[in-house]
Each structure stands twice: as structure tokens, then as C-alpha cells.
Design a protein around this ligand. Structure first.
Ligand code: DGL
Length: 273
């Protein structure tokens, strides 16, 4: 039986990815789950993020999804490899779980002419070194500089992203990144929450530096993946419908979600165990 594509994030951030998926692949059905009750993931341990993400993946499988996108860099960094290598073969060998780090790393180097790129991400993603590892496979000659931005997700989740208070931390983390190298000419927003800060980040970026968001990169990559894997594509239902679930209060989720998704949505509650 064909079923929606699962899209997972710790909270709202994955909606910036889903927005692009809907734009580029509107015919598919999607099932979104935000683990808002336990977000943020960015400061949690490897073990905890793995445990929570695996629970989410199982929830998607119980809801018939056969393809799940971890639309969260932190979950992709800390849980994806274990899930793909250890869990999937045991619980659902024909299902697929994909992340956002590999597709982003596959193209990020193409944006740079100086050969120096910056990654702005949660502390968890930075500590995992996942981007350094993936980038070295696709662009071994490119130097990757990472900057953890632990205050950005809380600023965004508390609705402060377009207020004056956010300027301080936007500038501070950009300064810290550029203190590592003045030659950085492209920056990846490697956390799915960060597109909300884009206007402020752009205001403080040195001239000529490109800001790269992941939504369209992940959508391009998924489109190619589905073309190359008809056996997976045929499991994906195509009625153009999207359902939203949160582990926290659905009314709060609905209010916040439109900021990330660009339109009003209806959400339901679910528990993860
Ligand atoms: N949106 C998540 C990411 O892409 C991070 C948010 C969080 O810390 O939970 O990494």
C-alpha cells in the first residue's frame, strides 16, 4: 500500500524543508512530525537524540510510511547512521531513512570559489563533525569551518528572530566564524530552523559571501532519489496531501508552524514511546 513520505524534526525547523518539498514535489503526500515536547535536540547527548529519533522513525513506520526524511541536522548527525546500519535491517529492511547532511555536503563545495566554506549549526551537529566527514568525501580540497550557534534556535522558537535582541547573537556567531578564516565565501545554514534568521544574517554578512539554505537542496536531492529508485517511489502515495503531528500542544504548534511553513496548517497530537 502506498503511503506518505515521513518528514521528521525535533520541532518546527523541518517545516522549512517540507515547504520546499511541497514546492518541488507537490504531487506526493507527506506526514510531518515535530517532537516539540522534547525539543531542542541540539544540546542533547548522542544517546538521547538517537533514542528519540528512533522512536520517531518507528512511529512513521507504524503509520505506514516507508520513506522517512530526517529534516533535522542534529538527528541526521547523531542518529541516522545507527538507524540505517543497525536498526533498519532488523525492523524494516525495505524501508528507507534519509538525512539532510549528505545532500547538503554533495553540493556545498560548488558554491565556493575560495575553497573555504562555513557551517553554522547546533552544538550537537558541530560536535559530531558530520559535515567535516561528509564534505571530505565530496570536496576533499575544501576547508570547512564550523560554528556552533546555540542561541539561535531558542531565539527562533521564542519568536525573537526578527527582533533587535537577535542581532547580538547573529553578529557574534558570524564574527566567531570569520575569525577562523577571512576567506570563507559560502555559508551553509546547517540547522533547519535558521532560515527564519536569514534576513538578519544577510544584514551582517561580509559582501560577496553566499548564504546557502538547505530546503531546495534537500528537495532536489529527494526528486533525484525518487527518480533513481522507482521501487521506493511506487510506495509513496500521491494525492498532494499533508498531515501534521506534534508531540506537544497542537494549537501552539499551529500558531508557530505557519511562520516556518508559510501557510496555515492543522495539527494533531501524538505521543512517542
Ligand atoms: N532543526 C534542528 C536541526 O536542523 C535543530 C533544532 C534543535 O536543536 O532541536 O539541527
Amino acid at each position: 500500500m502506498a503511503a506518505p513520505i515521513g518528514v521528521f524534526d525535533s520541532g518546527y525547523g523541518g517545516l522549512t524543508i517540507l515547504k520546499e518539498l511541497k514546492k518541488q514535489l507537490p504531487e506526493y503526500d507527506y506526514l510531518y512530525l515535530g517532537d516539540n515536547a522534547r525539543s531542542p535536540y541540539g544540546t542533547r547527548s548522542f544517546e538521547t537524540v538517537y533514542e528519540y529519533t528512533l522512536q520517531a522513525v518507528k512511529w512513521f513506520f507504524e503509520n505506514d510510511c516507508r520513506l522517512v526524511i530526517l529534516a533535522c541536522n542534529t538527528a541526521s548527525a547523531k542518529a541516522l547512521r545507527n538507524i540505517q546500519q543497525l536498526d533498519l535491517p532488523k525492523i524494516a529492511p525495505n524501508n528507507r531513512v534519509l538525512g539532510v547532511i549528505r545532500p547538503s555536503s554533495e553540493v556545498l563545495g560548488n558554491y565556493s570559489t575560495s575553497g573555504h566554506v562555513g557551517i553554522m549549526a547546533t552544538s550537537g551537529t558541530v560536535q559530531s563533525d558530520s559535515y567535516i566527514i561528509e564534505m571530505s568525501k565530496f570536496f576533499p580540497d575544501i576547508k570547512v569551518y564550523q560554528q556552533a550557534c546555540p542561541m539561535w534556535v531558542p531565539l527562533i522558537e521564542n519568536g525573537e528572530y526578527d527582533h533587535a535582541g537577535a542581532d547580538y547573537f547573529v553578529k557574534a556567531y558570524l564574527d566567531q566564524l570569520f575569525s577562523q578564516s577571512k576567506d570563507i565565501d559560502s555559508i551553509l545554514l546547517a540547522c533547519t530552523h535558521y532560515p527564519l534568521l536569514e534576513p538578519k544574517i544577510k544584514a551582517y554578512l561580509p559582501e560577496g559571501v553566499k548564504l546557502v539554505s538547505q530546503g531546495n537542496i534537500v528537495a532536489d536531492s529527494l526528486a533525484k532519489y525518487l527518480q533513481n529508485h522507482p521501487e521506493i517511489d511506487q510506495n509513496c502515495s500521491k494525492k498532494g496531501q499533508i498531515e501534521f503531528f506534534t508531540t506537544d500542544n497542537p494549537l501552539t504548534f499551529e500558531k508557530q508552524a505557519s511562520l516556518f511553513f508559510g501557510q496555515k496548517i492543522e495539527a494533531k497530537h501524538t505521543d512517542l514511546v
